[in-house]
Design a binder for this molecule. Sequence first.
Ligand SMILES: [Zn+2]
Length: 325
Amino acid sequence: MRAADLLPAGATRRRCLALGLGAAAAILPAASRAAPRRYALEPVPVAEGAWTIYGAAEPITAQNGGAIANVSILDTREGAVLIDAGPSHRYGEALEALARSLTGKPVARVFLTHLHADHSLGASAFAPETVWAGAWLQSDLKRFGNDLASGMYRVAGDWMRGTGVPAPAREAREGVEEVGERRFRLLRLAGHTAEDLCLFEERSGLLFAGDLVFLDRAPTTPDADLPRWRAALDTLAGVGHGRLVPGHGPTEAGRRGIDQTLAWLDMIDGRIASGFERGLDVTETMALPLPGWTEGVAVARYEYARSVMHLLPRIEGARLPLLDA
Ligand SMILES: [Zn+2]
């Protein structure tokens, strides 16, 4: 049986890859009935009145319920502001309760950074008029949201119960959004996906980079456009942030996350292109050794293998002459 046979009806392989689910994840058995079904959200302070809940440095599994991405909470006079909402309705509910207990206020806004399920589907627990997303993301959720959700049900099973498709009613535009005493500078970038929203909060100096930056956890590439991704990282490097909160991995001052993500993109690009030029097939390209520095990067081998599946066909399509040309 091919992996595609196990995908939800109506889900294309490409859309399942876009969920952040590789073929390997797509053929995992349905969620274990013994898995716990309660997300233990542990907020870590990243600035005054700001916390990040760090995702597990793992693939999405039935054990972690998809809680692999970073989600942040900021206190403001007008209420709590969330950056991303986690993978499921249940996660969104736990996040809402946590934000209320940390800030003493309800959630005023949820900003979604991008389409991937581990960041976006928890927004189904919030009223649409509370949820902000860029115009591309608003329309991509309408087009692909059902595939996203059904793919996640397949992998994370019961964790997903009650999860629908978020419908952000508010459009996040480039520019400054003031919420209470905080000023968020919104940057609509792209490269990890068709639209990646980054937010720089001026008061705290925090830069929320979404999945344009991964640190000590290998980047995912199902929807990547590498030249646009590199250009976006260049833009982020010029923001002048204090600390950077990546989509996955620890918060740090400086630009280690930006540099490591650039180095990763160059590394996979170079290896996959050289595999193609040497006439290697997918399996042989996947088996190429990775540089020593990637030993400190979680799920490096797993994500490299997925990237070969995503990117090698594109290189072949671009470079092989058409037979009827
Ligand atoms: Zn992502």
